[in-house]
Ligand binder design. Structure first.
Ligand code: 7TS
Length: 421
């Protein structure tokens, strides 16, 4: 009898037809200022494939009705699709149960929900909220608001001076017994650093510290498993992963969500209301007051299916390869300073050209049809730490190509010529 190894052919990697996926994005096929559009602003928001756009039209043409409250056919269809999206979101991040998914407007609202509902109920003066030095404003300001109210204190895990990665040698120093919450970004939108969130959550869990992972930049770019990460909360932004703007979600472990007071009051989030006292609905509805965005989760469902059809390992590999290529080519440009790690970065590069302001870099790039982003990227404290007012950023997705990176490099040379540097 043949052994299994003899009879099983070696696994072959099927080549992915990225060009075919690119064709799913009608917006990419256009000229900007007389040049083919090169869209490299995906960390701000991704483009949307035809299937997602069509799902919005289909919903409004055929199924539109308010959810949960109706008994009529359209309302039932709408409710079923809305709740199916919740189940899909749970599966997307391997959450144990759909009730652990709360739909929000995006990552920002999800963090504010936790800061407000969990934070106000659980923090007192002197408690420490631990963040990292590379957080987006949406993972800083909600905690500052909470600290002002409760007397809690903010503390930061530092980044290293050379490659701007988290300085894990300082973890024990900052993760002390008075820390109650550790909230950390998974992939930095300004540096492209991929943080070891499972390791950080494990260290926090050992000390009984509640954890939140900001997966705004990672959910649509790499595999994500909340059980493997071991976090209490995780926030996702739909518009950065092929879904429309205005939809995202919070994952919260059921035992945490069950013990949290509501966030907003109104319809849907209640079990009973009388003139002076109300009781709350079950999770997740307790946190979804009022008529929600309905078409958003439905389109997000299509986006999640779309991404998983490609495979998030494949997406991650593609994005990382492209950003490494961009990093290496930019590193060859004289006077170009790069931020973040030299290797192993996610799909974006942050850079500065000599003394040219990032806004000028972006303005001139736009004249050549190349869409970049320049500024502080909502990470002002990080910019201060890096000693720059801003950076220019090119951020990639699976529809971007090596030829587009080459175009970026050509444009960078044009910009240098323009400024005589
Ligand atoms: N967290 C990170 C790491 C982000 O990059 C962003 C948005 C947010 C949270 C906020 O997400 P939202 O769902 O509320 O939009 N980042 C960016 C950016 O880099 N450029 O524009 C928005």
């Amino acid at each position: 009898m043949e052994s299994v190894s003899e009879s099983t052919p070696p696994a072959r990697e099927t080549a992915i037809d990225w060009a075919a996926y690119r064709k799913d994005f009608p917006i990419l096929d256009q000229q900007v200022h007389g040049h083919p559009l090169v869209y490299l602003d995906n960390a701000a928001t991704s483009q949307k494939p035809r299937a997602v756009i069509d799902s919005l039209v289909r919903y409004y043409e055929r199924d539109n009705a308010n959810v949960h409250r109706g008994i009529h056919e359209l309302s039932n269809r709408s409710t079923d699709a809305f709740e199916a999206a919740r189940k899909r979101a749970a599966r997307f991040i391997n959450a144990p149960a759909p009730e652990e998914i709360v739909f929000t407007r995006g990552a920002t609202e999800a963090i504010n929900l936790v800061a407000s509902a969990w934070g106000n109920a659980n923090l007192k003066a002197g408690d420490v909220i631990l963040l990292t030095e590379m957080e987006h404003h949406s993972n800083i300001v909600p905690w500052q608001l909470l600290a002002e109210k409760t007397g809690a204190i903010l503390r930061y895990l530092p980044i290293t001076a050379d490659e701007h990665i988290l300085d894990l040698s300082k973890l024990d120093e900052v993760l002390t017994d008075d820390v109650k919450l550790f909230s950390m970004v998974h992939i930095s939108n300004a540096l492209g650093v991929v943080n070891p969130v499972a390791e950080l959550c494990e260290a926090a869990r050992k000390k009984g510290v509640v954890t939140l992972v900001d997966a705004a930049q990672s959910a649509g770019h790499c595999p994500l498993d909340v059980q493997e990460i071991g976090c209490d909360f995780l926030v996702v932004s739909g518009h950065k992963m092929c879904a429309p703007t205005g939809i995202g979600f919070l994952f919260g472990r059921a035992e945490r969500l069950n013990r949290m007071p509501p966030y907003h009051g109104g319809g849907e989030m209640i079990a009973t209301v009388d003139y002076f006292k109300s009781t709350w609905n079950q999770i997740p509805h307790k946190f979804e007051a009022g008529t929600p965005d309905i078409s958003g989760p439905i389109a997000l469902h299509v986006a999640m299916d779309y991404l998983d059809k490609i495979g998030r390992e494949n997406l991650f590999k593609h994005d990382k390869e492209l950003s490494q290529y961009a990093y290496d080519r930019l590193a060859e440009v004289s006077g170009c300073r790069l931020y973040g790690p030299k290797q192993g970065r996610a799909g974006l590069v942050s850079f500065m050209l000599d003394d040219v302001h990032a806004h000028d870099v972006v303005t001139i790039a736009d004249r050549y049809g190349v869409a970049l982003r320049g500024g502080h990227h909502c990470t002002q404290p990080l910019m201060k730490k890096l000693g720059v007012p801003s950076t220019a950023r090119a951020s990639f997705y699976f529809y971007n190509t090596h030829a587009e990176v080459d175009r970026l490099i050509d444009v960078v040379h044009e910009i240098k010529k323009f400024f005589g540097s």
